[in-house]
Design a protein around this ligand. Structure first.
Ligand code: GLP
Length: 241
């Protein structure tokens, strides 16, 4: 657990974990697990800077997004497909076709979930997964009550998540109520995980993640079972540790 002074220092720590993973993967590139939300954005900005100014290369790498809203087409302003391109992958040397996310516009979300989970395994699994955390302890869209062994599936969003995410939409009623999300079991198969959080609103979830009993009530506690997790939090998010 790294407790950092500000977003810039946190972004450095997270970017170092990416750089180490890319270096270990070598010329064939790494399989990156990417997350949306505001938490990872400073790290993405730092990685873009290192790509432009220091030649950090993502050539050959592939990426799998954690989740997507059901019902939003890929080009929707609030789709995660679009978010990750605008905030990260369009600005680095990763092949756009190698950046995959669940298809939120599919007519068969159940089949899409199973096929997405399979595609991750067929790619050899994720080398490095970056995560944010919801104020209720969710990771990806695994809300409280999610099985710790869950796979990619269709999930319902809780009222608190809909309210948290409403800031991106013109009204809470426009926030989709379902999502396709990698499961906790899927996420735990990533070989390395880095989770980043900031602000007092995340303090309870961070305290549970690090010190709570492993329980589906706080989905992020599942990470305690993983052997290689780096947590990067600011003072406010760390205030209940
Ligand atoms: C959404 C995403 C999560 C993310 C969470 C926190 O619900 N599905 O992957 O971790 O929001 O978002 P933020 O980082 O904006 O606080």
């Amino acid at each position: 657990i790294h407790i950092v002074a500000d977003a810039a220092e946190g972004a450095e720590v997270v970017a170092d974990v990416f750089a180490r993973t890319l270096q270990e993967a070598g010329d064939s590139g790494a399989v990156l697990g990417l997350a949306t939300g505001s938490s990872p954005v400073p790290a993405y900005t730092e990685l873009i800077r290192r790509h432009r100014e220091e030649g950090l290369s993502f050539a050959g790498s592939r990426a799998f997004l954690l989740d997507e809203y059901v019902g939003l087409p890929a080009d929707h302003e609030q789709s995660y497909h679009r978010f990750i391109r605008e905030n990260f992958t369009a600005h680095i040397d990763i092949d756009d076709a190698a950046v995959l996310s669940p298809d939120g516009a599919t007519s068969d979300p159940v089949a899409e979930a199973a096929s997405y989970d399979r595609r991750i395994r067929e790619a050899g699994g994720v080398d490095l997964q970056i995560l944010g955390i919801g104020s209720n302890g969710h990771i990806a869209f695994n809300e409280p009550g999610s099985s710790l062994a869950s796979r990619t599936r269709v999930v319902g969003l809780t009222r608190s998540t809909i309210e948290d995410n409403a800031r991106y939409f013109s009204s809470p009623s426009e926030v989709p109520v379902r999502a396709l999300s990698q499961g906790l079991g899927t996420i735990l198969e990533a070989r390395r995980i880095v989770l980043t959080a900031s602000g007092a609103g995340k303090a309870a979830a961070v305290a549970q993640l690090a010190e709570g009993a492993i329980s589906a009530r706080w989905p992020a506690t599942a990470l305690q079972m993983h052997p290689d997790v780096v947590v990067v939090v600011d003072e406010a998010a760390a205030s209940r540790l």
